[in-house]
Design a protein around this ligand. Sequence first.
Ligand code: SAM
Length: 455
Amino acid sequence: TKPSTFLVPGEKTSAGTLAIISLSRDNFLPLTLEKSTGAVDGYLEGATLNTRFGSYPHSTLLDVPWGSQVRASNVDTGSRGKKRRRDATDEDTPIASQDDDEDSTAANAPVKKAVTAPSGFIYVLRPTPELWTTSLPHRTQVVYTPDYSYILHRIRARPGTRIIEAGAGSGSFTHASVRAVYNGYPRDAADTKGKVFSFEFNESRYHKMQAEIGEHGLDGLVQLTHRDVYNDGFLVDGKSPKATAVFLDVPAPWEAVHHLSRRKMKKGGEEAEEDSNWVSPLDPKQSVHICTFSPCIEQVDRTVTELRTLGWVDVDMVEISNQKINISRERVGVNFPSEKGYNSSPADVAEAVTKLKSLAERNKDTQRVQGLQSGTEGLDSEMDVDSTPSRDNRPSNGLNGTADDAERPFMQGRLVHRPESDLKTHTSYLVFAVLPCEWSEEDEAAAMAKWPCGN
Ligand code: SAM
């Protein structure tokens, strides 16, 4: 099996594999790289990525180290035989505004535009679950990185874990979980190989997801089944996945958890009639950790009741409240006293330095008059420098107005922190619980026989 670039990326890009193209800071595009001939006679041939930042024949994106910056192609992309002039047209792209991009990108789209500003660039990034989550085609709500990182940690997903997931949806959680449990490609059906057993009820989503798994080289590591798990449970071809971790992102998890038991159960905790053919989807020798993902508290209530009734323990609920905080120095953020009071911002750095020098002179005078030994108090009284108790921000002893002062970090501005509001996350309640492994007298006897001090 060819290793998935999600798991074994190698050093460089290659044809037939997925890359994540970074167009600007928050604009990512998944792209399967194809063999292409590149530029022929000044025209782009074959697969080409066309963006408002220029055109990129796949040939320029192939066999480059992951993370490379690639410049836009410097050739005309007009259709062959219809040569276009290379002068400015209304199709010109303002490359300088690359970070303000609105998505207007067509991967592998037919070549239409002339490249008139070849200074555009992109980055070719190796696919990771995090980048896939931000760039995947949405078919459903998805689980975002802050949630799945915590979930995978709590359900103890690690190399070798066999994890059950329902529903697969857009595959965001699937990609994160397969990386967490991956411990080598399975040569056989060994139970020791980490694997994701994923279930999806919606047929068209099932087919799209199945195709993606193949394209991403995850066959054999993710086994997707088209299934209504409420009615039909979690066996795969009649066999047990022997799972020790479960993640349910379905509208009614309480309809499915009775299938995740060690004996045949009915909903509501009632034991079902004996069935010698019944097989548990769980590993009989290990405790099982579950997480369910529900957007409202009524759903949580019903799930918790069902879990308790079915013998799950350590039931608790968590809501991830993730906030990204951007910390920076305001460029010339020192507030200068002025006739009008504080907050007169200098227009440019040169003006700032001049003002700082004159301010330092005034500080010296003030200190002399007040008989102060250190310049610190003078500075604090004159300038509204950052009040954050960080070493870098504190005026140091002896700061009494030299030109060097302007170069000290705190003189370059005050630290400001602003929450970034646009962090994508789908707020939900996470319910966790554990189903202990069963322990018989025989198990205890066997354990004691192995115990060095046991008798
Ligand atoms: N966790 C997914 C992700 O990160 O991309 C998103 C899951 S989406 C919110 C819920 C999915 O559960 C939908 O695709 C839906 O079709 C599927 N689903 C709903 N009921 C189901 C059932 N009874 N059995 C299996 N899948 C079901």
